[in-house]
Design a protein around this ligand. Structure first.
Ligand code: PEP
Ligand code: MN
Length: 368
């Protein structure tokens, strides 16, 4: 949301900014030469895609899932580049991958979330890239540790790599509603503050986990001035061997990019600060009243705890708990709030209420 002139950043061959975003698209995994070519041809025809992405070694959470086609798929990508004229970027997670990628003259590399998390891997990759200045994208680590993310950039920079960009792909969420990974947008603000020259590309596919949610995430990414998008695209998403739920067709990507609002959010830093601080004042007041209400609630919990302890009634009453969740769930639905949100909130409120009443019980017993 800052003016574009001061926000133009360079990565690889491209000068990018949120009004001129870098678009990286392609399948989660290269599955066959035909799939690569078919998807790439459609993307190229749109004239909107700068770089073709595709995983060839796939880091899968569970054993036995499709782990990618391996280095044979590099031949398909090289043929695609020759025929379709799109440069390609692949994921590397160890030095063997780097050797294969450099031999195939990959145009760029990305380091995945499960690799950024481990400084040993990042260091080895950094050392094996010494002497090249290949453009590298570094995805955020799985958990929300800004230091670890920045540390990966430092390791590559120390190896002489300066063509670096960040990919914000969200952070592990124990509950995948509504998104597979929690966006935690504030972490990208912190990243930008710490490293203002480094472009930040949003990966809405891994944040969303579901194709229906990709559009709203891409718009947020553009509104907060990210410099590009990395989107998983497959010519037939339902047949994809990995991440099938979150892939979209090339046609869908193209219409989504046409719909994206890149212009209207441009405001100066001062206007933006004012807008944000006005809204924050309102939030501060609301938050204060939430805490006041919680204090009042805890007072009743305390009185109830004494009544229960005096009458030897049990603290946790299952029926009451399910009834509370049901009632508040109805209320949330009526108000158009997420039921999951209210459910999780009350789990915490209830946990601390039960803990408080257990303390009252303990105190009561100690006196006996
Ligand atoms: C991917 O981009 O396909 C991938 C494995 O991503 P991440 O490292 O973000 O999970
Ligand atoms: Mn994927």
């Amino acid at each position: 949301m800052y003016s574009d002139i001061e926000n133009s950043r360079k990565w690889g061959y491209w000068n990018i900014s949120s009004s001129n975003p870098l678009i990286i698209a392609g399948p989660c995994s290269a599955e066959s030469e035909n799939q690569v070519l078919k998807t790439a041809r459609e993307l190229k025809a749109s004239g909107k895609v700068h770089l073709f992405r595709s995983g060839i070694w796939k880091p899968r959470t569970r054993a036995g899932q499709f782990e990618g086609k391996g280095h044979v798929a590099l031949e398909w990508l090289k043929n695609m580049r020759e025929e379709v004229d799109l440069p390609f970027v692949i994921e590397v997670a160890n030095t063997r991958h780097v050797d294969h990628a450099l031999n195939a003259s990959a145009d760029a590399l990305w380091i995945g979330a499960r690799t950024t998390v481990n400084p040993f891997y990042v260091q080895e990759i950094a050392e094996s890239l010494k002497g090249t200045d290949i453009p590298v994208l570094i995805k955020n680590p799985i958990h929300a540790d800004l230091g670890l993310w920045l540390g990966a950039f430092e390791r590559l920079e120390k190896s002489g790599l300066h063509n670096l960009a960040a990919v914000h792909r969200g952070f592990f969420a124990s509950n995948s509603a509504p998104f597979r990974n929690d966006p935690r947008w504030e972490i990208s603000f912190d990243f930008r503050r710490a490293a203002p020259a480094i472009p930040i590309i949003c990966d809405p596919s891994h944040i969303a986990g579901k194709r229906e949610l990709i559009e709203q995430i891409t718009q947020v990414a553009m509104d907060i001035q990210m410099d590009g998008l990395m989107v998983e695209v497959h010519h037939s998403p339902k047949d994809a061997l990995s991440d099938s739920d979150q892939q979209i067709t090339p046609g869908k990507l193209i219409s989504l990019l046409k719909e994206l609002d890149l212009e209207s959010k441009a405001v100066t830093p001062r206007e933006l600060q004012k807008l944000i601080s006005d809204q924050r004042k309102i939030l501060d007041n609301l938050d204060k009243s939430i805490v006041d209400t919680l204090k009042k609630r805890m007072k009743i919990v305390d009185e109830l705890g004494h009544i229960k302890a005096n009458n030897n009634a049990s603290v946790f009453q299952m029926e009451r708990w399910f009834d509370l969740l049901k009632q508040r769930g109805y209320q949330a639905r009526e108000l158009g709030l997420s039921e999951n949100f209210i459910n999780e909130l009350f789990q915490i409120i209830h946990k601390y209420s039960v803990e408080h009443q257990n303390e009252i019980y303990q105190h009561f017993r100690d006196k006996e």
